[in-house]
Write a protein that binds this ligand. Structure first.
Ligand code: ATP
Ligand code: MG
Length: 387
């Protein structure tokens, strides 16, 4: 099934591997259908994403983007296609962008935080290498912004425990962690609402797995406004043309599953991983996300990176089979990421600069979150020391 979306297509300058740019064309982007592709929420989010893209075309400042990642390991192709390239594209189109490194959320589903310092630096290097510009885009770890974390308290009063238990992503992550559901994992979406709303975020470029969290952030904003007077806009999710990129084992590409193509992998590692990726035995390549998800996934990746229709790519390969598809995918991925990888290496060699970027982003985010917290306190009647 092909879901038609009017999405600005991610394209890279293949020869230089430079940062993605916005193709000013309306493209019918093929979207991976996953098990619950008929899911109404998902379809609504896709339709809404199309409308938002059109609005941003007219006025790039109509939304304020806030988004982020957990520093749980190296960023991968799923991040790049699912959200990172969208962040860069929006930033370059003039949309205000803030990126949160969600370090407290690392310990939602594991006991130890791991080598956070290195991972946070690597994240910053990946962001900058992908094209985020620290002059325009603030990047900060949420542990360093007390006002953001303080928002959690009033927000927790706006949701019920039953609502939190119903969140499908929390359920899935709890199951995957094979641990008792901790209170921090249960309240993860509320903390994420604080991430978004502390910086007055109204648009969140995410993968499909994040939709329930964004929905809860909307509920929290709405309930706060209803109860205390309007302080927040209701944030919206922005899906890319590949809302779920699958890993080499056919499941969602995810750091913790170990099924990724890391952005920092070298070309040989990438080619080897793609060669080992799951496909099916059918000789003729067709784009059929429902019955051939792994083949469709490779076609979608190639399509997203080259700005082409996955179905057309399949037609071109025809009877070339999985080996021709994999050879093409490895070539396109390596070419598209070549520039990013070179910049990433340079940036990692200069940790002092990466730390400065983080410090500057933290100062800007702290100012924004401080202002929001003041407004929240004032709305709640807690502004004891003001005028
Ligand atoms: P972890 O396994 O630690 O949860 P992850 O690989 O799932 O890591 P996150 O840090 O949870 O990555 O996700 C960061 C952002 O990237 C989110 O917006 C998420 O929706 C998006 N994302 C992650 N994996 C994919 C994927 N495979 N396809 C599309 N988007 C993705
Ligand atoms: Mg995740």
């Amino acid at each position: 099934m092909t879901i038609s979306t009017v999405t600005a297509t991610l394209s890279t300058t293949a020869s230089t591997g430079s940062a993605p740019r916005l193709l000013d064309t309306r493209t019918t982007a093929a979207t991976l259908a996953v098990d619950d592709a008929t899911d109404a929420t998902f379809r609504r989010a896709q339709q809404r994403s199309e409308r938002i893209e059109a609005e941003l075309h007219v006025d790039p400042t109509a939304y304020r983007v806030v988004t982020g990642d957990r520093p749980t390991g190296d960023l991968h192709l799923g991040h790049y296609i699912g959200t990172l390239a969208n962040r860069v594209r929006l930033q370059n189109a003039g949309v205000p962008v803030t990126v949160v490194i969600a370090d407290y959320q690392v310990i939602t589903d594991r006991e130890r935080p791991g080598p956070l310092r290195e991972r946070v630096r690597a994240l910053v290097a990946d962001y900058l290498a992908a094209g985020l510009d620290p002059q325009r885009t603030a990047i900060f770890p949420h542990s360093a912004v007390p006002a953001l974390n303080q928002l959690l308290l009033p927000f927790l009063s706006l949701v019920s425990v039953a609502e939190l238990h119903r969140n499908p992503t929390v359920k899935a992550e709890s199951l995957a962690s094979r641990r008792t559901l901790g209170a921090l994992l249960l309240t993860y979406p509320v903390h994420q609402a604080a991430d978004i709303l502390c910086c007055q975020g109204t648009l969140v470029p995410v993968g499909k797995d994040q939709l329930p969290h964004i929905e809860l952030a909307r509920v929290i904003a709405r309930r706060f406004n209803d109860r205390y007077g309007t302080v927040f806009g209701e944030p919206e999710a922005l899906l890319s043309s590949a809302p779920v990129v699958l890993g080499v084992d056919g499941a969602k590409m995810s750091k913790t599953r170990g099924n990724t193509i890391p952005l920092g992998a070298d070309e040989d590692q990438t080619t080897a991983a793609i060669r080992a990726a799951r496909t099916d035995g059918l000789r003729r390549i067709t784009f059929d996300p429902v019955s051939r998800p792994s083949v469709a996934n490779l076609l979608t990746i190639v399509g997203a990176l080259s700005g082409r229709e996955p179905a057309r790519i399949a037609d071109d390969i025809g009877d070339g089979g999985a080996s021709a598809l994999k050879a093409l995918a490895a070539e396109v991925i390596n070419e598209s990421l070549r520039g990013l990888r070179a910049r990433r290496r340079e940036l990692l060699a200069d940790p002092g600069y990466l730390d400065d970027v983080l410090l500057d982003g933290t100062a800007r985010a702290s100012a924004a979150a401080g202002e929001t917290l003041e407004r929240v306190r004032a709305a709640m009647g807690m502004n004891y020391f003001g005028e």
